[in-house]
Write a protein that binds this ligand. Structure first.
Ligand code: SF4
Ligand code: SF4
Length: 189
């Protein structure tokens, strides 16, 4: 059943770290729980938010806070713009939570779309001029990403339900609409 279709392209991450500096990395409840288990950190130590009106529509669930606008859940950044989990190793940049990194990081510099049972991968348009690993290394296969995409779709559907429920509770004034409250809600339901 199903399978993947992907671009005929070579790719090898050169650990330049640019994607870990340039982008906000969105999280789901599954990402948050996995990182907590791996690191022992509290969610508030690594998860932050960006207001949707500021960054535009990413097409993923956004949760209400007490300021009355919707927010996306993201990994926090350091003051220099890098993700807080980046780790410098000589001239390279490595991920300190590589095996537990958010699913979005697993796919980069590719994105996927579902077409029935088939998962179609393509290069992130902005990455063509941005990611020096494209065109390097071996021909890219997507077996691991295919499994991750199926799991991520399930996680996103659950996360959407959680966010919808949270937003209804906020609208009813039934919860304290803080980031800490939201993180507690999505990790303890
Ligand atoms: S921009 Fe490309 S080469 Fe650089 S760290 Fe990200 S995936 Fe790797
Ligand atoms: S979690 Fe790891 S791979 Fe993802 S942005 Fe942070 S340092 Fe980069």
């Amino acid at each position: 059943m199903g399978g993947w279709i992907g671009p005929r392209i070579r790719f090898k991450c050169l650990l330049c770290g640019e994607c870990c500096r340039f982008y906000w990395v969105p999280l789901t409840h599954v990402d948050v729980r996995r990182i907590v288990e791996r690191t022992g950190l509290r969610p508030l130590q690594f998860a932050g938010e960006v207001p949707k009106p500021k960054v535009g529509d990413w097409g993923i669930p956004a949760f209400l806070l007490s300021d009355g606008v919707e927010h996306y859940l993201v990994l926090k950044k350091r003051v220099d713009g890098f993700c807080i989990f980046i780790k410098r190793e000589g001239l390279s940049f490595a991920c300190s939570i590589y095996d537990s990194r958010p699913t979005t990081c697993v796919f980069y510099p590719f994105v996927y779309a579902r077409d029935g049972g088939v998962v179609r991968f393509e290069v992130v348009e902005a990455a063509r001029d941005f990611c020096p690993g494209l065109g390097r290394g071996r021909a890219k296969g997507f077996d691991a990403e295919f499994a991750a995409a199926l799991a991520h779709d399930e996680a996103l559907a659950q996360y959407r339900e959680l966010v919808n429920r949270w937003n209804r509770l906020v609208a009813a004034g039934a919860v304290e609409a803080t980031l800490e409250g939201f993180l507690g809600y999505i990790t303890n339901f």
